[in-house]
Design a protein around this ligand. Structure first.
Ligand code: SF4
Length: 151
């Protein structure tokens, strides 16, 4: 047992699963919704709650085992659910990275594909989105009431 846990800890930084989770955490921060969700119309299958994705490196402590080999996540519906879990699968690469870890136990698959976007256009869309996001965040910051230090 201790040996297995040690192996998992050592393996974590070089695991494909870690990189997949990191990708799912970072992409929602930089991509506009139309890019982040562009594979959704082609995504098929429904989560069967097998829980395989919640037990890759460690068994997630928020995962609850239920009868009939089903699982559920106790924080998935809450504000504390990690982006890495909420956004799975983002695209076929994301699904492929997970399936390399758990075989074909995950039942999602893709049929068809969105129109490819040339790299320059893709970069322009992302850049415009980030500029707009930053502008909005500055505007909101300015609107916040100033704390009166005399009170
Ligand atoms: S591995 Fe796939 S089907 Fe199983 S719980 Fe995770 S998302 Fe659902």
């Amino acid at each position: 047992m201790a040996r297995n846990v040690t192996k998992k800890v050592i393996r974590a930084p070089i695991s494909i699963h870690t990189w997949g989770a990191l990708r799912r955490t970072v992409l929602p921060q930089i991509l506009p919704d139309e890019l982040l969700r562009r594979w959704k119309p082609y995504q098929m299958g429904e989560c069967n709650r097998c829980g395989a994705c919640c037990q890759i490196q460690f068994q997630c402590s928020f995962m609850v085992q239920e009868p009939d080999n089903l699982t559920h996540c106790t924080i998935y519906q809450s504000d504390h659910a990690p982006q890495a879990c909420l956004n799975f699968p983002i695209d076929p690469l994301d699904l492929h990275m997970l399936q390399r870890e758990i075989g074909n136990r995950c039942v999602f698959y893709y049929e068809g594909a969105p129109e490819p976007i040339p790299r320059v256009e893709f970069a322009m869309i992302v850049a415009r989105h980030l500029v707009e996001k930053t502008r909005k965040s500055w505007k909101n910051r300015k609107r916040r009431p100033v704390f009166d230090s005399n009170n």
